[in-house]
Design a protein around this ligand. Structure first.
Ligand code: IVH
Length: 657
């Protein structure tokens, strides 16, 4: 009896959800819905033995996971190429027409959220995952289950994967920020909510989801994208009501114009229009480039320009001592973020644009790019504006600034400048350096000012100040312990991370890796001569001199000794085959998708055999490994006459060792 009633209630609630979210045609009132939910909750509480995994009551969250599990996408999750104007849209259409004479399209709104893959087994949601790098994403099932527009059970008991976009409506975003959160835009808020271990947080954030892609349509006798959208809607997914079939380029331009105008009336943010070839066999003929389908593209709305006032021009000091002017602006909203700072790069930039304190300026922000001042609105000047003058003393330590030949930038030469030191400490903890999570700029600044953190070795004695640190505002037992644990873990890092973290001039991640691999330990690197270092492939005399100069200084030698005493690993830990191999000291570029490896796996294998993997093809590249759907990198490699291996070739070479 009870079990039957539970089943019945779940059926009624699921049906109500489908009508409300998918069809946008509710047939029961909110009160009736609430009554069903209440009855279900009560029954489940009193009879937990009958509680079903796919019960809508589980949407309130509560499941907490320990860590995000990695998920491999069987069909890679590709992203889209971009077009920015009418001319590029026409060129896209022309490219399509070379393969498909009379293409029909579907135009869709480009929802500004984060893409998600949803896997259903036997009609039940079993896995939700983020895109990640396209091949490997993160399992976010616990959070996806809290999103009401994602059905827990679909209308047919089939196995299926669908893809779409998780987003946050403008209203939910505003409410969230009014309640004390400080997200820059709805996309960040949605991404931040999905990346939570505790699903209660996602449940409280009111996320939504539109489904727009069926990766494996052949399984369901579907021949067009539009039918795939219809099919997914029938299953209970929410598809966007503004998706539209497009017969020719004229209709496409009209669709774009319409939504460019109506964009602000939508309850969620969009950042462009997606254009997809409708016929699936046409899509197949067109195929893919390395990263994108050739049968689709995204028209991106132009970067928004807004006017605001320059309140002040301030100067910041970076880790190298470079002093950069930035505009302190009257806060304005651009592309969904509130902007109050724009970089002014250097003295030449400011003077060539004649940007003055008090000026009204047009600023622009495109995507995640740092906002830029486009131009000064000189008509708005009233004579009170103050002309820009570059400073000649460090704003922090007041040392006389220097200019390096040929460079537009000024530098603070003071070794002990607190700004430089703090920036270096921030760099030391950063992701590609020692990767010590939990240190924001503010914490480093506070710890520095309190005297706990002056140089890198101080990280490893922070535990001595645990009691005092716990008393600081914003800290507690747990956060300090997490921080200390992260610091402890960083001791085990492989040598290349430390070399990068030390902020040696000209030593970026790639150079750090080459040095670590060649010298294996910091001692042998410190003993090396200028010739030893400069002889290494991809390391020139400038880097060699910089490394030699760094380790020549006694204070650096003392620092290394201290770090050693605290137990920081100083050895290269990646497992590298020391024998000469087909890969030794060769530079590789990976492009396209490999069937048997993820990018990271392939990179690891190459590195373990002594090769170096870089991201762009140049004359210095020795081998390009091209998977399927390889694109411009492969073309470039061919142009440059670089050796090209396909996956089979790669596997053959690997199997020799
Ligand atoms: S289709 C293979 N359709 O935009 C097809 N993507 O810049 C893959 N997006 O990664 C995507 N709205 O996260 C598609 N209607 C839409 C979309 C959409 C938003 C996102 C998606 C994708 C990114 C590409």
């Amino acid at each position: 009896m009870i079990e039957k009633r539970i089943d019945e209630l779940i059926r009624l609630i699921d049906k109500a959800n489908y009508e409300y979210y998918t069809l946008d045609k509710p047939t029961i009132t909110d009160q009736e819905y609430d009554r069903y939910m209440q009855e279900l909750e009560d029954l489940e509480k009193n009879h937990p033995e009958f509680k079903r995994d796919d019960s809508p009551t589980s949407r309130v969250g509560g499941q907490i996971i320990d860590e995000f599990k990695k998920v491999t996408h069987e069909i890679p999750m590709l992203s889209l190429g971009n077009v920015f104007n009418e001319e590029e849209i026409m060129a896209f259409d022309e490219r399509i027409k070379k393969v498909v004479p009379n293409p029909k399209y579907v135009a869709e709104l480009k929802i500004d959220g984060l893409s998600v893959s949803l896997v259903y087994k036997n009609g039940k949601l079993v896995r939700a995952a983020t895109r990640g790098d396209g091949v490997t994403g993160e399992d976010i099932t616990h959070n996806a289950r809290t999103i009401k527009s994602i059905p827990l059970t679909i209308n047919k008991p089939i196995d299926i994967e669908v893809r779409g976009e998780i987003y946050m409506s403008k209203a939910s975003f505003n409410k969230l920020n009014e309640n004390g959160e400080n997200f820059a835009n709805p996309r960040n808020a949605a991404a931040g909510s999905v990346r939570q271990l505790d699903s209660k947080i996602a449940a409280s954030r009111n996320l939504d989801c539109f489904i727009y892609h069926l990766p494996d349509p052949e399984d369901y006798n579907i021949y067009t994208h539009y039918d795939a959208l219809r099919f997914m809607k029938e299953l209970g997914f929410v598809t966007n009501p503004n998706n539209q079939k497009i017969n020719d380029i004229k209709e496409l331009l009209a669709y774009i114009e319409k939504w460019t105008k109506k964009r602000s009336t939508l309850p969620y943010e969009i950042d462009g229009i997606v254009i997809k070839v409708n016929d699936l066999s046409d899509q197949q003929k067109l195929g893919f480039t390395a990263r994108n389908p050739k049968w689709a593209t995204a028209y991106k709305f132009p970067a928004e320009e807004v006017l605001t006032k320059v309140k002040d021009i301030i100067f910041t000091v970076g880790r190298t001592g470079q002093v950069t002017p930035s505009a302190d602006l009257e806060p304005v909203r651009v592309m969904g973020s509130v902007i109050s700072r724009a970089t002014l790069h250097n003295e030449d930039y400011v003077t060539s644009k004649d940007i003055r304190v008090g000026d009204t300026v047009a600023i622009k922000k495109a995507g995640d790019v740092i906002p830029e001042v486009v131009k000064v609105i000189t008509e708005r000047r009233d004579g009170t504006e103050k002309k820009f003058a570059m400073i000649h003393k460090c704003p922090i330590c007041h040392e006389e600034l220097i200019k390096k030949d040929e460079e537009a930038a000024y530098y603070c030469p003071n070794e002990h400048c607190p700004a430089k030191k703090q920036e270096k400490l921030i760099h030391y903890t950063s992701r590609h350096a020692m990767n010590i999570e939990g240190f924001g700029d503010r914490i480093i600044e506070d710890f520095y000012n309190l005297g706990y953190l002056k140089d890198y070795d101080d990280f490893y004695t922070l535990d001595k100040h645990k009691e005092e640190l716990m008393k600081l505002e914003g800290f507690g037992y747990k956060s300090i312990n997490n921080l200390l644990e992260e610091i402890e873990n960083s001791k085990k890092n492989s040598l290349e991370r430390l070399l990068f973290a030390l902020s040696i001039r000209h030593v970026g991640t790639k150079t750090a890796d080459i040095l670590a691999r060649n010298f294996k330990t910091i001692d042998s690197l410190m003993r090396a001569s200028f010739e030893d270092i400069s002889e290494i492939k991809d390391i020139g005399p400038i880097i060699a001199k910089s490394v030699i100069d760094y380790f020549k200084e006694e204070k650096h030698q003392r620092l290394i000794q201290k770090l050693k005493d605290y137990g920081i690993n100083m050895t290269y830990l990646k497992n590298v085959n020391t024998n000469e191999t087909e890969f030794t000291n060769k530079t590789f570029v990976l492009t396209g998708s490999l069937g048997r490896f993820t990018r990271d796996e392939a990179k690891e294998r190459i590195e373990s055999l002594g090769g170096i993997v870089t991201s762009s093809v140049s004359k210095k590249t020795d081998v390009v490994i091209a998977g399927t759907e390889a694109g411009s990198k492969l073309t470039k490699a061919k142009d440059l006459g670089i050796t090209i291996w396909d996956e089979e070739n790669f596997i053959n070479n690997l199997s020799k060792y």
